[in-house]
Design a protein around this ligand. Structure first.
Ligand SMILES: Cc1cc2nc3c(=O)[nH]c(=O)nc-3n(C[C@H](O)[C@H](O)[C@H](O)COP(=O)(O)OP(=O)(O)OC[C@H]3O[C@@H](n4cnc5c(N)ncnc54)[C@H](O)[C@@H]3O)c2cc1C
Length: 343
């Protein structure tokens, strides 16, 4: 899937291929990338964001949109997707161009610009690049032998809980996502069953306790033997992997929460200095390559903490330090957002 929004800088390059010019290219539209986009706009720069996912928000939208976050400065509690929606609204003030569904694949650094090519062949020429690629491109671990049911009752994410209202839901998995979705769906689904192939769970104990005390039926050590239905899921045969016991459960939707595989992929081939499979940056968020900066979960430096609030600070630092590359002589500190007359 690929989408382009606000493509004010797009121009035809070859059939099916576009080239784009921008001041700042941001690779990764998670929290760090979205905040960087706002910041680029605040400094008066054009900004283009590339993301391999079809939607904004990075890990937050993809992995825990319904989870409540408690440690973002200024918000006592905020749902993941609500935070992303507000970041996107704030980023919109920069009038960004989004290339969604594009994986940044190649990087070429020249004296006066950096060029990034996406896997679909779009070429973006920028004065500076900010890599906010998080944990890389990530994809859900598939439920074996179930591809036929993808989009027919089998899903790997629950973006909108209401979609499953009144349904008989089977959740497969024993981690945080499995238990979060079980807890959130329990009040609105007709029934929720959670199966896990081990008897021990890898989820927050408070959530496990809440689920075990609720109407959610938890079966361990159970696995999926077979999904029945044509074309939609109608029932699922599950089995106890110790006793061999089998049961057939009436099911409308299977939520497979088996974890994700993440792939840093292209970033490892760009000549960037790395440590522990992360991009090494200095205190200005500069990488070892000229015109290339990085921020958020993907970076490494002594004392790095992987948190959204930290990613925001790093994004602001990166954009302000990229300023001198985008406009030679530009100051690092841009002044305060509270307005020309005040600060
Ligand atoms: C279950 C869970 C709960 C969490 N809870 C909290 C919490 O309560 N508080 C907190 O502060 N943090 C929490 N985190 C961590 C937080 O989500 C991350 O720190 C944050 O998302 C990092 O933001 P980012 O923008 O650096 O990266 P990401 O959110 O990972 O976004 C990176 C984006 O880059 C894209 N990308 C990667 N490679 C490419 C490429 N080659 N081309 C194009 N696009 C690419 C990805 O598709 C992705 O959209 C949690 C994480 C998880 C998994």
């Amino acid at each position: 899937m690929c989408e382009q929004h606000h493509a004010r800088n797009a121009s035809p390059y070859a059939e099916g291929v576009s080239q784009h010019e921008t001041d700042l290219l941001v690779v990764g539209a998670g929290p760090a990338g979205l905040y960087a986009a706002y910041y680029a706009g605040f400094r008066g720069y054009s900004v283009l964001l590339v993301d391999s996912l079809p939607e904004l928000g990075g890990q937050v939208s993809a992995l825990y949109p319904e989870k409540v976050i408690y440690d973002v400065a200024g918000f006592v509690a905020i749902k993941g997707q609500d935070l992303v929606d507000m970041l996107a609204e704030q980023a919109a003030t920069a009038d960004p161009t989004y290339l969604l569904g594009h994986r940044a694949e190649q990087l070429a650094v020249a004296d006066d610009a950096v060029t990034v090519t996406t896997h679909l062949g779009d070429v973006v020429r920028a004065k500076a690049v900010l890599i906010t690629g998080g944990i890389g491109t990530f994809s859900p671990r598939p439920l074996p032998d179930s591809e036929l049911f993808a989009d027919h009752g089998l899903r790997y994410f629950v973006r909108h809980l209401e979609d499953l209202a009144g349904q008989q839901v089977l959740i497969v998995g024993g981690g945080d996502s499995a238990f979060d979705w079980a807890a959130s769906l329990e009040p609105i689904a007709a029934s929720v069953t959670l199966i896990h192939r081990r008897t021990a769970f890898r989820a927050h104990q408070g959530t496990v306790d809440a689920v075990l005390a609720s109407s959610v039926r938890v079966l361990t050590p159970y696995e999926v033997a077979r999904i029945n239905g044509n074309p939609r899921v109608e029932s699922v045969e599950v089995f106890d992997n110790q006793s061999g016991d089998r049961q057939t459960l009436p099911v409308d939707t299977v939520v497979a929460a088996l974890g994700f595989t993440a792939d840093l992929g292209p970033f490892t081939r760009w000549g960037l200095e790395q440590r522990k499979r992360h991009i090494l940056v200095d205190s200005a968020m500069r990488t070892n390559l000229p015109r290339v900066f990085a921020a958020g979960d993907i970076v490494e430096y002594d004392g790095k903490v992987k948190l959204i609030s930290v990613a925001f600070g790093e994004a602001a630092t990166a954009v302000n330090n990229a300023a001198g590359v985008i406009v030679p002589g530009a100051r690092i500190f841009p002044g305060h957002s509270t307005g020309a007359e005040g600060s």
